[in-house]
Design a binder for this molecule. Sequence first.
Ligand code: OXD
Ligand code: MN
Length: 586
Amino acid sequence: MSTPLEQWVESVARLTRPAKITWCDGSEDEAARMQEQLIREGQTVRLNDKTYPNCYLHRSDPTDVARTEKVTFICTRERENAGPTNNWMAPAEARQTLSRLFDGSMKDRTMYVVPYILGPAASPQSRIGVEVTDSAYVVASMKIMSRMGKVALDRLGSSSDFVPGMHSLGDLNPDRRYIAHFPEEKLIWSIGSGYGGNALLGKKCFALRIASWMAREQGWMAEHMLILGLESPGGKVTYMAAAFPSACGKTNLAMMVSALENEGYRVWTIGDDIAWLQVGADGYLHAINPEAGFFGVAPGTNEKTNPNVMSAIRRNSIFTNTAMTSRQEPWWEGMDSIPPTDMLDWQGRQWDSSKGPAAQANSRYTVPAVQSSSISPRWEDPGGVPISAFIFGGRRARLAPLVYEANNWQHGVYVAATMASETTAAITGAVGVTRRDPMAMLPFCGYNMADYFGHWLEMGRNIPHPPKIFHVNWFRKGDDGKFLWPGYGENVRVLKWMLERIEGKAAATETPIGVVPTPDALTLDGLDVTRKTMLELLSVDPAAWIKEHEDVGRFFQEFGDRLPDELRDEHRRLGERLQSVPAGSK
Ligand code: OXD
Ligand code: MN
């Protein structure tokens, strides 16, 4: 008798007709075979074995370098259940359109069966997925990003409790690219792309889009959040989870080397991109990191912005679409100030500066999480870590202060639901455009976002000790166009203020948008930020916020009647608070 997994694999093979089927065991030997295969295929090279042992550079198809939201679909039976912010396709139509593309798509190729666990192998919060793919790059990446192979098969046994994901590179033609999610069936079909967020189906597709649907059904949360622990003098660690849109520095914040280390404040990493949260027996929300690796944006990463990752990626890592020096080492813009002279660009061509950047703007490193010296001793705790704060943020050159605290959970949900950011290269499309990105989940919520807001409100009613909710903006600029806040390791000063708020100690002032630190409340010793700059960083301009409020009103209209009343109330109250600020005050 074959198992549900075997039956599903057979059905995929009947459709895609691979030359060969390989079940992946997750061993080191297998990973080495994948890399040899990739090198033979011609898009992968081995990097300098002395300075980057067991590291590889993979060059993707030039048209396949980022997530493609235009062709990402939520395929629910009712269109309304996908909501106004997702692309929708009827399940039958999606099956028909994609089946035609999958038909024979693995001819002459090997089909790899990749069983994986999302979350620590021993955690009851973890879930199992199985990806079938014809890409050795996907197999090699999934080995780093998840607990892959035998460990997952052993946990699954003959159960049918896994999320199947069918992936094929197809012909890589952007016109024949689809990433389709069937949340009602807990199924993923992806064709035509080998890019991480489109092709590593355990990441955005399962751990966020499908998991967010499962989480609502089952009373937990799947969020686009890093998880960190802030150690304070005396050794106590307070855990926080933070949501920022793609390429806004989540990995750097999660792996931060604290500027206040000498004073006893240190940051520990649990995860850099995704958090699964569940109410624990102690009444706190507990988070696990479903992933086992970091798939980080390379450009801008250097010894100052993320020293921990710079040393972590010196072994067992995959680089995708970075440049390569004549010493066979990876290179990207912002790694060091002077580019090496003799270099191949991300497409493997001899580079010269007249051709533009050497590395692709969304080039990436893929590295096992455990290789970071900041990794928390509790990062694989089966019970997760208790979360005391949620932090939301985005890139806002103006408007949002460095940090503010929501008045309560419901107001915090409003703050998170209305957050916005200027877009980056992590998605295909225009860069630098402000878009509203609720909870940084706009591209990742597997159902109607109005219902997702409702789920947040519902969770708030069920968490005896809910996290405090904060909003930050590391990206505010002065009139000269320069960033006002130094960011990176200095961000710990803001985390310290949050910790003191959690402990009921830090000074703060109320403003219409929430609670802002007094100018003296942040520890600024050793930092070259003037009082005037601090005042500017913390300022709340009611006139600018009134415009923002109007824009939020328009955004909310998209959701029609489905928008929870609580958010309408919060919106009205914010409007009233803004109108009641005496004219001329700032
Ligand atoms: C990512 C993203 O790759 O958010 O994490 O795009
Ligand atoms: Mn992300």
